[in-house]
Design a protein around this ligand. Structure first.
Ligand code: GAP
Length: 454
């Protein structure tokens, strides 16, 4: 039996739509199959995932640099990389209902939808084609990149020459990729337009196994550090029959999605495949001069390749919880603060004209430092529930006492603990709490507070 996470995907789909995380693409026209649009909260969540990846992979390291290559590349790129020849899935058609399936995903040789007879499998290339320039002929065909990785390989020498770095050196990139997938679905798990976060780590041949091991551990830990439960993650090695044409070895970081364990990220040892191929097809020398051995070598490459959208889905699923409080049930997203779309909500206790100027002032002071939302509609209890449902870690409430003592209340999403804190040090207090300081640690002049909950 397939193991599943127990979280209902439909609840995540409905929450995403209701609260503005993710919408169906071109919904007013009936939607476009397997494409999606990110709403105001979704775009923040996605940016945070990408920023957390960039920080861990580029900003915090001195052996990795970034690039941003174009989506359209010289068509020879895809001949050299093997995508024109190899990047295909076996497609079968149902002779009765005309639906299409990936033959390797079927357990029987009948249509899973109507039981009809299937055609023989034929290979279907997953790359989207388009035409460059005004003439639509074969000579003008270009592809929408199916992975960001090749933009890195073709720039290897440019980066080496301009940074004057030595191996090991990683080149990282985040960007859109496109695949004309035969079967899509499971919300944003598999779509035809998606984003990848890829890093190609170039090493001297012979050091690749150690680097591979290092990146397996590092990438697994990245998800854990950002709050994904370890029990919902695992590393799975590819069998020989599963390996891509370029890979010497490959592991998937898998997440326990509602449909079962599935790939979140692939980590491959690509050997020297790509640089050898691009050197052959371009006629350029893509070797590296090793000053220690005084020899030219073709670097080996370790590639951690993660999906932005799949990570967003995993963060949403893992954060989702339904909790029974004393008086009511709450839906809450326990996002890590670095991932949470909104960090702080500013909530005046009411729209009373005396309270609003102070609340607006606090909002203006805070919003430059944190992604902040101002909300003054409906009861305070309902506003807390709304912020819980979108995963805001901290709510700041301004009440009538604030007008007298210049203090506000800070409420923490997970523990529901509340403290009173002076407005003049609010920014520093919020920063400390978002960085993990327990609510029991009070700022100078602060006090515990029973709160407005419920
Ligand atoms: N450069 C290697 C490469 O592209 P991949 O395993 O095909 O490897 C890497 O893709 C990651 O990209 C996957 O682990 C997944 O997170 C994401 N990905 C791939 N195809 C996707 C799709 N159709 N929709 C959403 N994400 C996808």
């Amino acid at each position: 039996m397939t193991q599943t996470s127990g979280v209902d995907m439909d609840k995540i789909v409905s929450l995403s739509k209701r609260r503005g995380f993710i919408f169906q693409s071109s919904e007013i026209y009936g939607g476009l199959g397997s494409c999606c649009d990110y709403g105001p909260l979704g775009v923040e969540l996605k940016r945070n995932v990408k920023e957390a990846w960039w920080k861990a992979m580029v900003t915090d390291r001195d052996d990795v640099v970034g690039i941003d290559a174009g989506i359209l590349m010289h068509p020879q790129t895809w001949v050299a990389s093997g995508h024109v020849e190899e990047f295909a899935d076996p497609l079968v058609d149902c002779k009765s209902c005309k639906q299409r399936f990936r033959a390797d995903e079927l357990t029987e040789n009948r249509c899973p939808s109507c039981g009809g007879e299937l055609t023989d499998p034929r290979m279907f290339n997953l790359m989207f084609k388009t035409f460059m320039g005004p003439v639509e002929d074969e000579a003008a065909v270009v592809y929408l990149r199916p992975e960001t990785a090749q933009g890195i390989f073709v720039n290897f020498q440019n980066v080496m020459n301009t940074t004057r770095k030595k191996l090991p050196l990683g080149i990282a990139q985040i960007g859109k990729s496109f695949r004309n997938e035969i079967t899509t679905g499971n919300f944003i798990f598999r779509s035809r337009e998606f984003e990848q976060m890829e890093m190609e780590y170039f090493v001297k041949p012979g050091t690749d196994r150690d680097a591979f091991q290092y990146w397996l551990e590092e990438r697994f830990d990245w998800y854990v550090r950002l709050g994904i439960r370890k029990d919902n993650l695992r590393l799975r090695q590819h069998g020989q029959d599963e390996l891509s044409h370029y890979a010497l070895d490959c592991y998937d970081v898998e997440y326990l999605f509602p449909m079962g364990w599935s790939e979140l990220e692939g980590i491959a040892n690509r050997g020297d495949f790509d640089l050898v191929q691009h050197a052959k097809f371009s006629g350029r020398d893509l070797s590296y001069f090793d000053e220690e051995t005084q020899e030219h070598v073709t670097p080996y490459v370790i590639e951690p390749s993660a999906g932005v959208d799949r990570s967003v889905l995993a963060f949403l699923l893992d954060a989702y919880d339904e909790e029974q409080l004393e008086k009511e049930k709450r839906v809450v997203l326990h996002f890590h603060p670095a991932i949470a779309p909104i960090k702080v909500a500013i909530l005046p206790l009411s729209r009373n004209e005396q309270l609003v100027p102070l609340a607006r002032q606090v909002y203006a002071d805070i919003r430059g430092a944190f992604m902040t939302q101002y909300d003054d509609s409906q009861s305070i209890g309902r506003r807390y529930r709304r912020q819980d449902e979108t995963g805001t870690p901290l709510c700041v409430t301004i009440d009538f006492q604030s007008l007298e003592d210049n203090q506000v209340t800070i409420r923490e999403r997970d523990s529901l603990k509340q403290i009173r804190a002076p407005i003049n040090t609010l920014g520093a207090t919020l920063r400390a709490k978002l960085d993990g300081e327990p609510m029991d640690v009070l700022p100078e002049g602060g006090t515990y507070w029973l709160g407005f909950e419920g």
